[in-house]
Design a protein around this ligand. Sequence first.
Ligand code: MRU
Length: 354
Amino acid sequence: MEKLKNIRLSDSGDSIIIIDQTLLPSELRYIELRTREQLFEAIRSLRVRGAPAIGIAAAYGYYLCAREDAHRKDFFDRMEGAVDYLSAARPTAVNLSWALSVMHGALKRNIALPRAELVELLRREALRIHEDDISSNRRIAEYGLTLLRDGSGVITHCNAGPLATSEYGTALGPLLLSVERGMHIRVFADETRPLLQGARLTAYELMRGGVDVTLICDNMASIVMKNGLVNAVFTGCDRIAANGDAANKIGTSGLAVLAHHYGIPFYMLGPLSTVDMNTPSGGGIRIELRSADEVTEMHYAHRMAPEGVKVYNPAFDVTDHSLIAGFVTEAGIITAPFEYNFKKAMERKENGLC
Ligand code: MRU
C-alpha cells in the first residue's frame, strides 16, 4: 500500500502541501498553505495534527516566512515574530516549539550569511527535521515490535500513525511493520472522543495498512482488558516532562490507570524531540482547552446536548510516570529512572550512536 505523504514542501518551494485531516476518512484531499496565517489556521483547526507532524509543518512554515521576508530590513524581528505566532497555534505538543527553536537557532548561527544562502540553509534544515522524523519512526517501529509476539493484542488511543508524524508513525509504527513481517497483531482502537481521531484516522490508517483493527468506544477499554484481549497499550505522546510524566490526547491517562489495574504494560512511543527537559514534571505542562461545540455538536447529525450547557473540553491529559512501563524512542526503549535515561539517550543520539 502506497504510504501517505501527509506534509511536503511543494516542488517550487513556495508552499506546504498537507492532507486535510479534518476531511478523513470520507475524503483524501491535499491542500496548499502559502502564508503563516494559513499555516496557523491549519494547525489550530487540526487540518495538520499530531505532535511530530505539527513540528514538521512549522519547520517548513518558518522557511516559507524566511523566504518571504528575506529582503526586509526588519527580517530578524519578523522571524522572531513568526516563532511566537506559530508556537501559539497549539500549546501542549512540545514538537511545535521545538522545531521552531531549532529553525530559529540555525538562523541565529548563520545570520551573517547573504540572505539567499541563509534561506537555502533554512530549507535544508526543515528537510533535515522531516527526514530525521522519518528515520526515527522507522527505529521506533522496530523497537516497538520487539514488545509484541505473533498473535498479540494491542489497544491504542487517538492517532499516532503516519498522518500524525511521517511514514510509519509512532504508536502505530510497530503495528504497520508487523504486517510487513507477516505477523498477526490484533488492534483495538479507541474512538477518542470528542474529535474521533481513533475512529476517523487510526482505523483508516490501520485498515489501509492491512492491520486487524477493531473500533471501540473509549468506555469499552476496560472490558477489552478484563477479557484478556490485549497484551499491551501503545499510545503516542505530545510532551514528556523530565521525570517521565507525559501528556497525550485526553483519555490516555484513564487508559493507563486501567492498564495498571489489569496488569497490562502501558507504553508511550515517540521521538526524543517530544521530551521536554525544561519541564520537570507533568504539573508544568500546559493543557490546551478547546471549544465547547467539539463536545456538543461536531460529528453529530444534530446538536445532541442542550443549548447553553457548560462544557469542559481539555484536549490532553497527563499520565503519571509511575504508570508508564517505558517510552519507545529512536534511541531504544527508555525505562525508569526516566530523567537519567532520557539524558543518556539524548547523548547517544547527539553522538550519532543511534
Ligand atoms: O489533538 P491531536 O489530534 O493533535 O492529538 C494528537 C495526539 O494526542 C497524539 O497521540 C500525539 O500527538 C502523538 S502523535 C504521534
